[in-house]
Design a protein around this ligand. Structure first.
Ligand SMILES: Nc1ncnc2c1ncn2[C@@H]1O[C@H](COP(=O)(O)OP(=O)(O)OP(=O)(O)O)[C@@H](O)[C@H]1O
Length: 685
């Protein structure tokens, strides 16, 4: 996906220059004004008068030029097939690209379920190449939500490294409210492999760590913090190549950009202590903490810090890594530092827990898991550490075994299958009038080991981790809120229809017109002609605008309406109905959507993108007003934090309530309820 000027038109070129500059058109505008001001100050009164007029003329011309350029860019992007809501809110994200067409892909299975995205395996029809399609959820009526989503695209486009997942294109169309990100397909993720009870050897772990650190180094050298490094976001293919994925929470941090950042990022188990204590001026070292957690997980075969709440997470961290020395608290100035400062200091037991590993391994892991972020190595320096230069050395990726398909989603499916089985058994036992047995089953925490199928047992698959990790979706959901904080639950309905895809009913492919939500505003699209066969244009796979495919752009413009109305009867088309795929009942999502909906509407005004606050790292989009792309996307971070905090406590409350209701039958659950209180008492000043 290159970013080439599509025309030599002055106005457009001007825009391209602006868009390449992180501070954008506004900066050019300012430079121009500054130059004029300098001239102005130097000259005589008379000449100043002249120059003033001159300058007015110039700036007049300039703004006309700008207006034209943006209209031109918008028109060009719409002609290329991008929806208006996207070009209006985040033109930079897709600048120089042509959207891919949904018809060019045949959807196969659902392979991943993030809290705010679904990932599908698909085949590119013309080439037969297998790809992964990530359907990102966002609200296309909310510019902030669109920009949040667009940031992932922008960041992915800035990255180009063999150990970072490659964005191969974006599927959407002019009338669509959906976005699919097209990625190269990766057979595994580390979370899936670890739950499949695969025990990695030392050279294999070194090989993975090397690749991971290479990826992190590449991001950090470009000022990009990933902010969600965890095993399920680390993908591995059958060639043994590891690729860091999921840049949905990533952000750009430069030395110039000192904007406050949200601390509500990184999935809880991988979240560094400074974020747990509310830091808003952290840096790339947050990723190195997460790398340390992943490193430990590879060594131990399971997550090392599995807290259920932030407080518990921090307590586990202090117990494992030791509490920081007295001087740290004053120096770190963490917003919630006082609240979390333990009364008694902890020695830490990391060395003890890692005693079976070589010293170079323990030294590196201990360094990553430094409470003080300034003590953590950089990715580059970690790659130079003793760990990689002592035997046994890292194996070559090609020497890594080819694993049977195992994804984190598989483990979730297995859990769900087991839950269904338990329910069926309960029903059976109730039917056979054995109420005591049924009650007993209800009271028992579900034992996944007990319920493992023969096949699973034969595969030596154990689920003890996943059992506890069932909390993860909730935590993940909560943490991922920072990314998809403007989720509108209705988006899905609209999007699937307005993509004009085949809807599925009861598993069979529905060949009739795609349903369009009235709220989509595209009611005319309800009627889709039943004539044209879907023609898969090989040009549609070209994602970059260049002189060779400008014709396609023109063609697209001319045929947009025709194409949008075309009947989607081609069996090779993507079936967007998620019900037809394996569904993932994520209990926490129920809380999430209600709360998000609430937050979504309540924050409408609060989240307005602010004016430049520190004069760096922001830019004004003359079309949109103030947009910030190079810093945190939502600049009123404090207000966002309030919302996130409220959201988190709502989730926690809902979670507690559900535990409480379960706990009325189960004394064990009641004791779980007290966990927060106990930790709060523990940390009481
Ligand atoms: N390129 C890919 N190839 C194969 N599988 C993938 C690919 N990208 C993602 N997946 C699978 O989909 C899952 C979810 O993807 P991803 O992490 O990008 O979504 P998300 O919504 O951001 O998730 P989360 O809520 O965990 O942050 C991954 O754990 C992985 O198993």
């Amino acid at each position: 996906m290159g970013c080439k000027p599509s025309t030599n038109d002055n106005a457009t070129l001007h825009y391209i220059i602006s868009s390449k500059n992180p501070s954008g058109a506004l900066e050019l505008d300012r430079k121009e004004e500054k130059k004029q001001e300098d001239h102005h100050n130097k000259g005589s009164r008379e000449s100043r008068k002249l120059k003033k007029g001159d300058s007015q003329r110039k700036s007049g011309t300039f703004s006309i030029k700008l207006g034209l350029s943006h209209r031109h860019v918008t028109a060009e992007q719409i002609a290329a097939g991008w929806p208006a809501w996207l070009t209006a809110a985040a033109p930079e994200a897709v600048h120089g690209l042509v959207p891919l067409r949904a018809e060019a892909f045949e959807k196969l299975d659902k392979i991943g379920q993030g809290t705010y995205s679904s990932v599908f395996k698909a085949r590119e029809v013309v080439t037969g190449k297998t790809v992964a399609l990530k359907k990102v959820r966002f609200d296309n009526f909310q510019p902030e939500s669109i920009r949040f989503m667009a940031r992932e695209i922008m960041i992915l486009r800035r990255l180009d490294h063999p150990n970072i997942i490659k964005l191969e294109g974006v599927i959407t169309s002019r009338l669509s409210s959906t976005i699919y990100l097209v990625f190269e397909y990766m057979e595994h993720d580390l979370a899936g492999l670890l739950t499949a009870d695969i025990k990695f050897t030392e050279p294999q772990i070194k090989c993975y760590m090397k690749q991971l650190l290479n990826a992190v180094e590449h991001c950090h050298l470009r000022g990009i913090m990933h902010r969600d490094i965890k095993t399920s976001n680390i993908l591995v293919n059958n060639k043994g190549t590891l690729k860091l994925g999921d840049f949905g929470l990533a952000n750009i941090r430069s030395t110039r950009n000192k904007q406050k950042l949200t601390s509500r990022v990184v999935t809880l188990w991988y979240r560094p202590p400074e974020l747990l204590m509310g830091s808003t001026n952290y840096n790339v070292s947050v990723d190195l903490w997460s790398v340390g957690c992943v490193f430990a997980e590879l060594l131990f075969g399971k997550p090392i810090l599995k807290g259920r709440t932030e407080v518990e997470q921090l307590h586990k961290i202090f117990k494992l890594c030791g509490s920081p020395p007295e001087g740290y608290w004053g120096k770190a100035k963490l917003p919630h530092g006082d609240m979390f400062k333990p009364q008694n200091s902890y020695e830490g037991c990391l060395r003890e827990r890692c005693k079976e590993f070589p010293a170079s391994t323990v030294n590196l892991i201990q360094n990553f898991l430094s409470i003080d972020p300034s003590m953590r190595r950089t990715a580059s320096s970690a790659l130079m550490s003793e760990y990689f230069f002592t035997t046994p050395y890292a194996c070559d990726p090609s020497e890594l075994p080819i694993y049977p398909p195992k994804k984190e989603l598989d483990a979730k499916h297995r859990d769900e299958a087991r839950r269904k089985k338990t329910r069926a058994r309960l029903r059976e036992s109730a039917a056979s009038k054995r109420p005591r047995r049924a009650r007993q089953s209800l009271q028992e925490p579900i034992s996944y080991n007990k319920l493992a199928t023969n096949e699973e047992l034969q595969n030596h698959t154990h689920f003890s981790n996943r059992n506890t990790a069932n909390n993860a979706p909730l935590l993940k959901g909560r943490e991922s809120f920072a990314r998809r904080n403007l989720l509108n639950p209705s988006t899905d309905l609209i999007s699937e229809a307005s993509m004009g895809m085949v809807a599925s009913q009861g598993g069979s492919i529905f060949k009739g017109p795609a349903q369009v939500s009235a709220s989509s505003g595209f009611a005319w699209a309800k009627r889709q002609k039943d004539d044209a066969k879907t023609v898969v244009s090989s040009r549609s796979q070209i994602s970059t605008i260049d002189s060779s495919n400008l014709g396609f752009v023109d063609n697209t413009f001319g045929n947009l309406i025709k194409e949008e109305n075309r009947n989607r009867t081609n069996p090779k088309e993507i079936d967007l109905d998620e019900n037809s795929s394996l569904s993932m009942p994520l209990q926490p999502k129920q809380y999430d959507s209600a709360i998000f909906f609430d937050v979504f509407y309540s924050q409408d005004h609060e989240l307005a993108i602010s004016d430049e606050e520190d004069g760096v790292g922001h830019r004004k989009n003359p079309m949109q007003g103030n947009i910030e792309f190079s810093g945190p996307l939502l600049t009123k971070s404090l207000k966002i934090d309030e919302l996130l905090l409220r959201n988190e406590s709502n989730i926690r409350l809902a979670n507690r309530r559900s535990r409480f209701y379960r706990g009325t039958q189960n004394p064990i659950s009641i004791s779980v309820l007290t966990v927060d209180i106990r930790y709060c008492l523990l940390y009481k000043k």
